[in-house]
Each structure stands twice: as structure tokens, then as C-alpha cells.
Write a protein that binds this ligand. Structure first.
Ligand code: PLP
Length: 438
């Protein structure tokens, strides 16, 4: 140990204020540390381990691809795994989306989607259109433009001078503001008009708001209005489905719950099931045609885009989901999952339990009647998460969604392969941990 309590070794840890257990093995929904302690992973890692944690089928697919092709430059050559992954995705993408472009992380794919929207507007003859309207709370990633577009104040604060100023509107909040224009969708058109439609390139949203607001499901009318406003004013609709995509909410993409047909969709996480860094964006034929007839390429390339090995992993994941009907299984097990969380509602700190499929948010409040959040210094979400961890349950905390400062919630996103016994155990351990800290 160093004199300031930092562990020996050379790893720059994500947390410098504590010692983390070492994960050494995994079995399905469970992680096992070096002391043999078992953790039921109700957060699927970072809402990513959709197939559970031990993935021999994916390991074999990746190894085979690396043996065959280590690397190809996607600007000069294409490869079988990227072609086949795009072909597997095309029939399950919402609306008119068809063409997939693969990258590594969700943040990168969000930035690529924003650049694509800008380039398409330019090539359609609208050079003044560059603004992207996003929402608060929201999360689109930690690179600077993705963070600029995000509404998660505690992530932004330190880097405020480095961020770009994009227009951001309040996100839908059916729990606190059920009949408010923020929840019923009018704000999208209002903001487009306020900015001047001739300056707006895109509207960026998570169809079901993920970790930053805790699985918020807006009413259908929100997206009817938002899509209509975008269409009327020539604004591209970009759906960030990094967290909600690939079956997480009981549909291949959460857009389907609302019959939402985005112009561009961003995916990540579940696409690779946590095995390798693979993300992507999908675009409509109208978009690829604009570029094909215009400049001839999307002005964006990265070393690891269309990578044979990461695409082989994605292909194995998507084929596994299809072969085992796991998206349908998630939809049909949604009731059992939320039934397992039902006992939480009896606890006076629980204001709301919400979500779809295997994505749930549990919001913790100081007063159920007024929905008053806890003062930040009580660290309710963090304390609950820590107690769960001690009790062998991994959940994902988030803070600050109410006003940028206050707001406590935990997000649950078990693997789509979780058994009914594991779902019951998640509800039991979370309820017990909450009782212990209160
Ligand atoms: N978009 C959404 C909706 C996310 O939830 C995340 C990550 O949590 C990202 C983008 C960023 O993805 P990554 O962490 O892979 O960069």
C-alpha cells in the first residue's frame, strides 16, 4: 500500500478511493471473486452482459476470425463478419433502417451519428444545419461531444469548459410531470422553432431513457409528436439505443414500443454482450443514398471500424439471441421480473419502480407523497448499492436526475438469460439491502 492508501501495482484503477475485489470467474448471471464470494449481477455489468458472463460460443467465433483475418482496413476491403452482422441486423432494425456501420464504443458511435447527421444535412444543401437538440437527463457517452449532448450534470461539471453548447430540453418524466409538455412531447417542436429550424441538424434521444433517469418510459404520444416535428422541419431523428437495443426491453430495439422510425440509430453494449468493444450505427437508405450520390463517403473512419474480430463477436451474439429466442423470452418474462420487484413498493423510500423488459429503475425518495428527493449528502443510491454489493448483489446507482444535484435511483438490467429463481433473488436481496440501510 502507498502512504495515501493506494494499492501496490501499476494499474490506474477506475476508483482510487477503495480497494476492489478481483473477479476471477463467472457462471451465467454470477461473478466470482478471488475469495470465492459470488455476486448476482443484476446490472449485467454496465447493462451490457445480455447473455450472462461466460461466453464460449463468442470466444470461439472471435478466435476463428482472428486466425483467419487479423485485421483489414475497412476503407480498402470488406470482410465476411461485418457483412453478415449487418445482414442479421437489417431485418430487426426499426422503421426504414437498413445499413449498419460498426465502431467500438457507444460514445464513438454517438459522435459518429452526430457527424453523419451534420454531413447529410450539408449534402442535402443545408450548410447552416449543425445543431443537435438533446435532453436532460440523458446519457450519450463520455467523450467530449457525447458528454456535451448528455444531461448528467455530475459527469459534466469537471469538464464544463471543454464542452460544446448544444440546445437541451427537459426529458420526459411521467413520474413527476405526467401531463407536462416535457412528457407529452410538445417541447421538441418548440425547441426546433426557438433555435430556428434552418439551423437544426438532428434531435437525439434515448427512446426509453436509460441509466441517467432510470428506465423512463415516455407515453407513445411523445414520439408521435417528436417524429412529426422532426419530419415537418427537416430535422433528422437519431435514436440512441446503446443501452436499450438488442433485446434489453423485450424488443430488438426500444423504438419499436413506440413505432418510432429513426433516421439513424446507435447501438453498442448488448450488440457485443460485453465480450469485446463493438458498437454501431444504422442508417436509412435515404441517408446512404445522399452520401453515395454526393461526396461518395461518410467522412469518418477509425482504426477499429468494421473490425473482423469484433464483428464476429457481434454476429455470434445476434445469432445466439435469434437461435434461443432470447428477445421474445425477455418480453414474456417481463411480468415475472417486475413481480419480483413488487415487494420494494411497500418500502416508504421507494417512489417508483418502472421500466420495460429486463430494464428497471427503482427511484428512492424522502417523501412518497411529495416525491421530494433525498438531500445529496445522504448518498442514498450509493449506500444502497454498497449494501447490495456486500450482500452479493450488483446494481447500478445513479444520482442527480431530479435537478442535476438531487435524485437517487438504482438501475437493474439482469442478463436476458437470467432464470426465474435469479429474478426472485434480485428482488429479495434488493429489498433486504434497502431495509438494512433504512
Ligand atoms: N449511450 C447510452 C444510452 C449509454 O447508456 C451509454 C453508456 O452507458 C453510451 C451511449 C456510451 O457508451 P460507451 O460507454 O460504450 O462509450
Amino acid at each position: 500500500m502507498t502512504s495515501y492508501g493506494y494499492p501496490d501495482g501499476a494499474l490506474f484503477y477506475r476508483r482510487l478511493d477503495r480497494r476492489m475485489p478481483m473477479a476471477v470467474a463467472a457462471e451465467g448471471s454470477w461473478l466470482i471473486d478471488a475469495d470465492g464470494k459470488r455476486y448476482l449481477d443484476a446490472a449485467g455489468g454496465a447493462v451490457v452482459a445480455n447473455l450472462g458472463h461466460s461466453l464460449p460460443e463468442i470466444a470461439e467465433a472471435v478466435a476463428a476470425e482472428i486466425r483467419t483475418l487479423g485485421y483489414v482496413n475497412g476503407t480498402q476491403l470488406t470482410c465476411r463478419s461485418a457483412e453478415e452482422l449487418a445482414a442479421e441486423l437489417a431485418p430487426v432494425l426499426p422503421g426504414e433502417l437498413r445499413y449498419s456501420y460498426f465502431l467500438a464504443s457507444g460514445s464513438e458511435a454517438v459522435e459518429a451519428a452526430v457527424k453523419l447527421a451534420r454531413q447529410v444535412q450539408l449534402e442535402r444543401g443545408h450548410p447552416e444545419r449543425w445543431k443537435v437538440i438533446s435532453r436532460v437527463p440523458s446519457y450519450h457517452g463520455n467523450t467530449l461531444t457525447a458528454l456535451s449532448l448528455s444531461g448528467r450534470e455530475h459527469y459534466r461539471r469537471v469538464f464544463a469548459p471543454l464542452l460544446t453548447d448544444f440546445p437541451r430540453i427537459p426529458a420526459p418524466d411521467p413520474y413527476r410531470f405526467p401531463d407536462d409538455p416535457r412528457t407529452t412531447g410538445e417541447l421538441v417542436e418548440e425547441e426546433i422553432l426557438r433555435q430556428g429550424p434552418e439551423t437544426v441538424a438532428a434531435f437525439l434521444c434515448e427512446p426509453i431513457v436509460g441509466a441517467s433517469a432510470g428506465a423512463v418510459v415516455p407515453p407513445r404520444v411523445y414520439y408521435e409528436r417528436a417524429a412529426e416535428a422532426c419530419r415537418r422541419h427537416g430535422v433528422l431523428l437519431v435514436a440512441d439505443e446503446v443501452l436499450t437495443g438488442i433485446g434489453r426491453t423485450g424488443r430488438w430495439f426500444a423504438s419499436e414500443h413506440f413505432d418510432l422510425a429513426p433516421d439513424v440509430l446507435v447501438m453498442g453494449k448488448g450488440l457485443n454482450a460485453g465480450a469485446v468493444p463493438l458498437s454501431g450505427l444504422a442508417a436509412t437508405p435515404e441517408i446512404t443514398e445522399t452520401l453515395a450520390r454526393g461526396s461518395g463517403s461518410f467522412n469518418h473512419a477509425q482504426t477499429y471500424s468494421h473490425h473482423p474480430a469484433t464483428c464476429a463477436a457481434g454476429l455470434a451474439v445476434v445469432r445466439h439471441l435469434k437461435r434461443h429466442g432470447l428477445v421474445e423470452r425477455c418480453a414474456s418474462s417481463e411480468t415475472a421480473f417486475f413481480a419480483a420487484l413488487e415487494p420494494l413498493r411497500e418500502h416508504p423510500w421507494v417512489g417508483d419502480v418502472r421500466g420495460r423488459g429486463f430494464l428497471a429503475g427503482v427511484e428512492l425518495v424522502a417523501d412518497r407523497e411529495t416525491k421530494e428527493p433525498w438531500p445529496r449528502e445522504r448518498r442514498v443510491a450509493e449506500r444502497l448499492t454498497e449494501r447490495c454489493f456486500d450482500n452479493g448483489l450488483i446494481v447500478w446507482p445513479n444520482v442527480g436526475h431530479v435537478d442535476g444535484e438531487r435524485g437517487d435511483l438504482v438501475v437493474l438490467a439482469p442478463p436476458l438469460t437470467a432464470t426465474s429463481e435469479e429474478l426472485v433473488e434480485i428482488g429479495r436481496l434488493l429489498t433486504r439491502s434497502l431495509e438494512e440501510i433504512s
